[in-house]
Design a protein around this ligand. Structure first.
Ligand code: NAP
Length: 276
């Protein structure tokens, strides 16, 4: 199977490269998904059986002030790829987010739960999901959350950097989710695309925690002694609102015969050991 990967410079795409052989990775400079002609040219040159679509405008706060840019990438860029996949009867694997949910539930979200994003990034990803569901018969939509990996910026690296500059670090303890190791997610995606089990999947590391718990575990394992102070979201204003609870139920993945991802602490320890 020939696999084209978009957003190849990003943290998830980079992990996919470790698991795939017949893979054609394209960084933004080589394939800008907002450019329909370029998408068509690259698609017709490679003739992939499947696209793993990792490219996205992922700056959640900036998306509030740059709505048209975020929408152009996350929605229109996805439409370009979806149309090509549909016309050529190939497959599309789209990576989506827990931020399609409003966070008002107090138990993990199912794939079938109603989407109601509270920020613009979430809106752009939800609209892209809807387009794919309505237009591409052979699609996988993989929703994940709180991703971290070796390349690029993420919460884990930010916490370690902050600890080098500040004595006290404040982190919110009233937003709950599931940190996810990009390498574990990549492994699941590779298993999924070998099957014809199309549809939406929730795929995250197991368990749940707040951003504060997440940071606390990083500090403990990295032997960092800066003081960590729990605060409330109301005291840490950001441009984008976040859901207060966005844990994704991974039951479908298990029911379909896939191996569940490890608990978030186990997965995080594995990642941290590579940084030490
Ligand atoms: N990170 C998370 O916590 C998280 C959580 C849930 C879901 N997701 C989803 O998971 C997927 C992978 O996330 P990630 O963390 O690996 O993201 P990432 O590291 O930010 O990678 C996204 C990549 O897309 C590229 N890109 C941006 N605009 C593009 C365009 N117009 N054409 C082609 N490429 C473009 C970016 O390039 P530049 O950096 O040069 O702009 C970047 O290399 C995304 O779909 C994201 O929405 C992420």
């Amino acid at each position: 199977m020939k696999i084209l990967v978009t957003g190849a410079g990003g943290q998830l795409a980079r992990e996919l490269l470790c698991y795939c052989e017949n893979i054609y990775p394209f960084k933004k400079e080589e394939l800008d998904i907002t450019n329909r002609d370029q998408c068509e040219e690259v698609y017709n040159r490679i003739k992939p059986d499947l696209i793993i679509h990792c490219a996205a405008y992922t700056k959640v706060d900036d998306a509030e002030n740059k709505k048209s840019e975020a929408y152009r990438v996350n929605y229109h860029g996805t439409v370009h790829l979806a149309d090509l996949t549909k016309q050529n009867n190939s497959k599309l694997c789209f990576i989506s987010t827990d931020y399609v949910f409003d966070g008002e539930k107090s138990s993990p979200y199912f794939e079938t739960d109603y989407t109601n994003p509270v920020n613009f990034y979430g809106v752009s990803k939800r609209d892209a999901e809807d387009y794919i569901q309505n237009n591409v018969p052979n699609h996988y939509i993989v929703r994940t959350s709180w991703l971290y990996g070796k390349v690029g910026n993420n919460f884990v690296k930010t916490m370690i950097k902050l600890a080098n500059i500040n004595q006290t670090i404040r982190v919110v303890d009233d937003q709950v989710g599931s940190p996810t190791n990009a390498n574990d997610l990549a492994y699941f995606i590779i298993q999924l695309i070998k099957t014809d089990k199309y549809g939406i999947y929730h795929a995250t590391n197991g368990g749940e925690c707040s951003w504060f718990d997440f940071a606390k575990h990083v500090f403990k394992q990295m032997n960092i002694h800066s003081s960590l102070v729990p605060i409330k979201s109301i005291d840490y204003q950001t441009a984008a609102k976040r859901p207060k609870y966005s844990v994704l139920d991974n039951g479908k993945l298990k029911a379909e015969g896939f191996k569940q991802l490890d608990h978030w602490k186990e997965a995080l320890d594995r990642f941290l050991s590579t940084l030490k």
